[in-house]
Design a protein around this ligand. Structure first.
Ligand code: SAM
Length: 294
């Protein structure tokens, strides 16, 4: 079940086995094996991190190992008792709690410890009754785009474009034309990214990777204030500038109707100059997070 969910998460992020393999520093074969229930817990955890795949039904903990331990203690089981119930050695269960071991052992432990464990639904938001066909289709309103053009300049690339969007970009990557912003090379001076929020981390990783290799000079992302992933803290925190928006952007649906946005938003930029950031600050209520503290 869990393994099936992993495959579904990969496909909905638009990733091939090869692309996901590269993302975790491995190869397509490792992903293929994992999707067949074979592999190491470390590979599994790397894939979960890459896909922003979280579990519900285990309990709190920074890592899967910690969550297992928490769940075992909550159920008042010793390592030895749990191992006996799963038909594993005590050391194997202890290893899993440290993040070591095989996926097969992990699945045996989960079957006993937390049979109801499943993927936590990706953090989607409610966009109103009318457009449940695809809640990831939210078009950036033209007035917000005006502040983007005025502060950052003309947009060269919209890597997750929509035919109905008013975003003016020299190049739009459109699914409907066979494009894929998660695979095609990005290009130009400035990319504006209002990504599908259901695969937010995947898009941020892609933006960071394309910016790091120099395919785009500046990236401006309009995204929810969701900053809890390890990757965000280890990588983006060092490279990105963040502007917390006051008030909420009202995205448009495909019929041009404004939708209430039920959470806070931020602008995340990579490679923006101080002058560009100052111009945005002057035009928009909110503030740039300071990096002064050491
Ligand atoms: C939130 S909308 C933003 C549309 C437009 N960029 C804007 O700001 O108005 C995200 C769009 O990305 C498209 N999309 C999803 N996956 C994509 C992919 N892999 N490559 C290109 N576009 C994708 C969706 O169809 C959707 O239209």
């Amino acid at each position: 079940m869990l393994i099936d969910d992993l495959k579904t998460a990969r496909l909905s992020a638009g990733l091939t086995q090869k692309a996901l393999g590269v993302r975790i520093g491995s190869d397509a074969q490792a992903i293929k094996r994992l999707e067949g229930g074979v592999g190491s817990m470390r590979t599994l955890m790397a894939v979960c991190e890459a896909l922003d795949f979280r579990l519900t039904g285990l309990g709190p903990g920074e890592t899967l190992g910690e969550q297992l331990r928490h769940r075992r203690l909550k159920r008042s089981l010793t390592l030895a008792k749990l191992a006996t119930r799963c038909g594993l050695a005590r050391g194997t269960v202890a290893g899993l709690e440290r993040g070591d071991g095989s996926v097969a052992s992990l699945l045996s432990v989960l079957a006993v410890l937390a049979p109801g464990v499943r993927r936590r639904a990706p953090e989607r938001s409610y966009w109103g009754q009318r457009d449940k066909r695809d809640r990831d289709v939210r078009l950036t309103p033209p007035d917000f785009m005006e502040t983007i053009y005025a502060a950052f300049g003309e947009v060269d690339l919209d890597p997750c474009g929509n035919e109905a969007s008013s975003v003016v970009a020299r190049r739009r990557i459109l699914l409907g034309e066979g494009g894929d912003g998660l695979r095609d090379d990005w290009s130009g001076e400035l990319a504006f990214v209002n990504p599908p929020f259901s695969a937010l981390l995947t898009w941020l990783r892609r933006a960071h990777e394309q910016w790091s290799v120099g395919n785009v000079r500046t990236v401006v992302c309009l995204i929810p204030v969701r900053t809890d992933s390890t990757w965000f803290h280890e990588t983006l925190a060092a490279d990105a500038d963040i502007f917390l928006l006051q008030g909420r952007v009202r995205f448009l649906d495909l019929d041009g109707r404004a939708q209430a946005t039920p959470f806070s938003l931020m602008l995340l930029t990579l490679g923006a100059t101080p002058e560009q950031r100052r111009r945005f600050q002057r035009a928009t209520p909110g503030f740039w997070l300071s990096r002064d503290a050491e």
